[in-house]
Design a protein around this ligand. Structure first.
Ligand SMILES: [Zn+2]
Length: 286
């Protein structure tokens, strides 16, 4: 199942506006992280939701990798998006383990000295930039990255609704970027309109572009839908990727597993897949 990004230009093509209902994508992510407490779930969910809408801004073979380092530098969030809409992400082991100690708010988890590192581009042509997290809010701080490193005023919005058991009810995201020469107050207007009309997402339909356009015109006065793209969870791991891990085992360790007649299991912490390496595969390594 794929979620669809609706892409539009509003205010006489002065703002680029992308919207997505990415409930399906987040459902897939949360299915792998069911035990996470609320704040950890929201932190992961919001990061991935932002990446899913940002996948719509990538072209060709571009990808965007995000590494968020929280104030506790051992706590990290990783996420990645590709131009074809594939998105993946996870909390690192230390951050997962911190959820067992005490439940903190999202703001306290990030703390006062969080950092965002973004690598963007294609294989041949990559840009890395590091920005701080002055808002202690992963969505506003990713938007801040665009202001700091691209000098492009950007508004990002994510709304994730969880029920009392922290199960997902819905997830929506929006991206608005000021195009060159446009007055900055337009972005504040978008912000106000989105906050006042949280049902905007449920009115958009990829099959009925004219209806969606009418909805956006009603809200912003002027809108033109310029296209759609998909976004979906995709890990992309393979058994071959875990071969490297086997090579890092010492000869001793491999011999010991063979003697005990044990298979070695490798676990992908992004998608939850387990790869089994059998005796004969390990023998080939010796
Ligand atoms: Zn995987």
């Amino acid at each position: 199942m794929q979620d669809t990004i609706t892409k539009a230009l509003i205010y006489e093509a002065q703002i680029r506006l992308y919207l997505i209902d990415n409930t399906q994508l987040l459902q897939n992510i949360f299915a792998l992280n069911q035990e996470l407490p609320r704040s950890h779930k929201l932190l992961l969910g919001k990061t991935i939701s932002a990446m899913s809408i940002l996948s719509g801004t990538l072209k060709g073979n571009q990808r965007m990798s995000l590494q968020v380092t929280l104030s506790n530098p051992r706590h990290k969030i990783f996420a990645e998006a590709e131009a074809n809409g594939n998105v993946r992400g996870y909390l690192n082991g230390e951050l997962l383990r911190s959820s067992e100690i005490a439940e903190k708010s999202m703001q306290d988890l990030i703390g006062p000295s969080g950092m965002i590192r973004v690598i963007k581009g294609s294989e041949m042509n990559q840009f890395t930039s590091i920005t701080d997290m002055p808002n202690q809010n992963v969505i506003d701080d990713i938007a801040n990255y665009f202001v700091q490193s691209d000098q492009t005023p950007t508004y990002l919005y994510s709304d994730i609704q969880l029920d009392n058991e922290a199960s997902l009810l819905s997830s929506h995201a929006l991206y608005a970027q000021l195009l060159p020469g446009a007055p900055p107050h337009l972005l504040s207007e978008v912000k106000m309109i989105v906050k006042a009309n949280p049902d905007i997402f449920s009115k958009l339909n990829a099959e009925e572009t004219s209806d969606s356009e009418a909805t956006l015109i009603q809200l912003f006065g002027d809108a033109k839908i310029i296209g759609h793209s998909s976004s979906q969870f995709f890990c992309g791991c393979s058994k071959e990727m875990f071969h490297g891990m086997l090579y890092s085992l010492s000869e001793e360790e491999i011999k010991r597993s063979i003697e005990r007649n044990e298979d070695i299991e490798a676990f992908c912490h992004i998608c939850g897949k387990t790869y089994t390496f059998e005796q004969k595969e390990m023998q080939q390594l010796l």
